[in-house]
Design a protein around this ligand. Structure first.
Ligand SMILES: [Zn+2]
Length: 306
């Protein structure tokens, strides 16, 4: 185990410890999970598809994604891992057959005690919705990567980066908290890269103004996501979320202040962090327009990727 892995591990343990404490205090009945067959028989809009995961255990969430992908008849890459930290299976689907790879990630696990709707069933719903709809330019391949064990210090993504050759990856976006708000946030973006310029250029082309329709946020000290495992390997990799524009300033202060974040159960947490890792992270709090905004942005990022 490298020192960096140890850091990821400790961070994951602290974050799930805080979540457990929060949920012990505010434990309520979790919403009943919708039967998988009912979800599959419904529409395939992102919000509807997020019900594949919401309110299920992590083993069930992983199985639900695998079940849905198998049902769509696509070829699925399966990467199983097991370490002393935990185990799980990363699932991936490639769209297009180019040599350069754009990786879009949505982790399928959740913290125990939370229905895990905004974190991160919404993001999984978005990628499953996009799967049959993406127009991928020649020379590009888009990898939809559904990781396990993100909540254990990005364990699934770290195992993936360790085991899978990364040479052809041009950029990575990890979708987190994509179901509440009206403004996009590209974060952990403390270095200007060609990939970041492409992403923000596309968002601008959609008519989204910088610091309004989208925000670029530097390194976030406490929160993180799977892209960090790729960034640690030198690949341009960022988080992608939706936030309520009206809360942007409070959010910036909240996520950029480690002390405030560490005391997050004691201060008023701005949305979407008021439900983050709690038993209240249910689909009733999600706004379909937020998921649609991310879908629209990713569709454009992919189709304009050169
Ligand atoms: Zn998450």
């Amino acid at each position: 185990m490298t020192l960096r892995d140890l850091g990821f591990f400790v961070r994951g343990r602290i974050s799930s410890g805080i979540a457990r404490a929060l949920n012990a205090r505010r434990a309520g009945p979790l919403p009943a999970a919708v039967p998988l067959a009912d979800v599959a028989a419904g529409d395939d809009q992102p919000l509807a598809l997020s019900a594949l995961l919401e309110g299920r255990t992590n083993v069930e969430r992983e199985a639900a994604v695998a079940w849905y992908l198998a049902r769509r008849g696509v070829s699925v890459g399966r990467h199983r891992f097991a370490t002393f930290e935990g185990s799980g299976e990363n699932l991936s689907v490639d769209v297009g057959d180019g040599d350069r790879v754009l990786v879009l990630i949505a982790h399928h696990d959740a913290v125990p005690g939370s229905p895990g709707a905004n974190d991160n069933a919404a993001a999984v719903g978005i990628l499953l919705h996009l799967l049959p709809r993406l127009t991928v330019p020649r020379g590009l391949r888009v990898r939809l990567l559904f990781t396990a064990a993100e909540e254990l210090g990005y364990l699934g993504a770290r195992a993936y980066v360790r085991d899978i050759p990364l040479g052809s990856i041009a950029g990575v976006l990890s979708l987190e908290l994509c179901g509440i708000g009206d403004s996009l946030a590209v974060w952990d973006a403390d270095t200007e890269t060609d990939f970041l310029r492409r992403v923000t250029g596309t968002l601008g082309g959609l008519g989204l103004g910088r610091d309004e329709g989208y925000h670029v946020v530097g390194r976030i000290p406490v929160f993180g996501s799977d892209h960090r495992a790729f960034a640690a390997a030198g690949i341009p990799a960022y988080g992608l979320s939706v936030v309520p524009f009206a809360e942007a300033e409070g959010l910036r202060r909240f996520v950029l202040s480690p002390v405030r974040s560490a005391l997050m159960h004691a201060v008023r947490r701005p949305p979407p962090f008021d439900t983050y890792h709690t038993s209240r992270d249910a689909s009733s709090t999600l706004d379909p327009r937020a998921l649609d905004l991310v879908s629209r942005a990713l569709t454009a990022i992919v189709s304009e990727f050169r």
